[in-house]
Design a protein around this ligand. Structure first.
Ligand code: AP5
Ligand code: ZN
Length: 217
């Protein structure tokens, strides 16, 4: 199965993808995570991406498509994937169609998480993740039970992202509306678009999303 989560920064793509991964045994593929790993490893792609990401702009299609293609070819992806943050441009969407066609696959559903821009700034500026297991948290909406300590693994190395500041968030929202929002029409025309209201609480959204995934796979 191939599922796509569409939505602006802070919509909850990563949070929901991690929950679906557990529930359905799918593999979460986040191009944001793959790019951050490339930056941390200092690869050529990472060097080219670093400043672009810190400015809140989109990394070039070539780089992102190459990273995604390599990851998609790894054996665990045969279980089915949930794409989080990819595709983000029409060029990327067309490249994905071509890649899937090579292996006789198609897209089961592209699910758009609908949210208000204003709320996204609050969500993103309160976000942090566990450096040990990657679990995501929020100062207000999803605080760990013991301050600075991961509920899942007990790790204490919480991390905040370099691009999670108010200025960069504004650029990321502009990039979303200009370059990514047109994909809603793209997937509507292919008959695979589903939309959900993603302003509610995390578990309610997860339940709605789970029902869509069950039906689509
Ligand atoms: P990426 O890592 O993909 O970031 P993003 O799209 O900006 O999305 P976020 O990770 O910020 O948000 P999310 O929707 O996953 O929300 P989350 O679940 O964390 O991309 C980063 C950069 O990499 C881009 O700017 C670009 O430069 C580059 N890039 C990546 N992919 C690319 C591509 N395909 N092409 C080109 N460039 C690319 O939730 C946010 C917070 O809110 C969390 O703290 C969470 O706990 C909380 N929360 C979640 N849901 C709820 C809820 N329902 N109610 C209250 N709080 C909630
Ligand atoms: Zn942890």
């Amino acid at each position: 199965a191939v599922l796509i989560l569409l939505g602006p920064p802070g919509a909850g793509k990563g949070t929901q993808a991690r929950m679906l991964e557990g529930e359905f045994g799918l593999v979460q593929l986040s191009t944001g995570d793959l790019l951050r790993a490339a930056v941390a490893a200092g690869t050529e792609a990472g060097k080219a991406a670093k400043a672009v990401m810190e400015a809140g702009e989109l990394v070039s299609d070539d780089i992102v498509i190459n990273i995604l293609r390599d990851r998609l070819a790894e054996p665990d992806c045969a279980r089915g994937v949930i794409l989080d943050g990819f595709p983000r441009t029409t060029v990327q969407a067309q490249a994905l169609d071509a890649l899937l066609a090579e292996s006789g696959q198609g897209i089961n559903a592209a699910i758009s998480l609908e949210v208000d821009d204003a709320a996204m700034v609050t969500r993103i500026s309160g976000r942090f993740t566990c450096g040990d297991c990657g679990e995501g948290y929020h100062d207000t909406f999803k605080a760990p039970k013991i301050a600075e300590t991961c509920d899942k693994c007990g790790g204490t190395g919480m991390k905040r992202r370099a691009d999670d500041n108010a200025e960069t968030v504004a650029s990321r929202l502009v990039a979303y509306h200009e370059q990514t929002a047109p994909l809603i029409a793209y997937y509507t025309s292919k008959g695979v678009l589903k939309s959900i209201d993603a302003m509610g609480d995390i578990d309610a959204i997860a339940a709605e999303l789970g029902a869509i995934v069950k039906q689509a796979t």
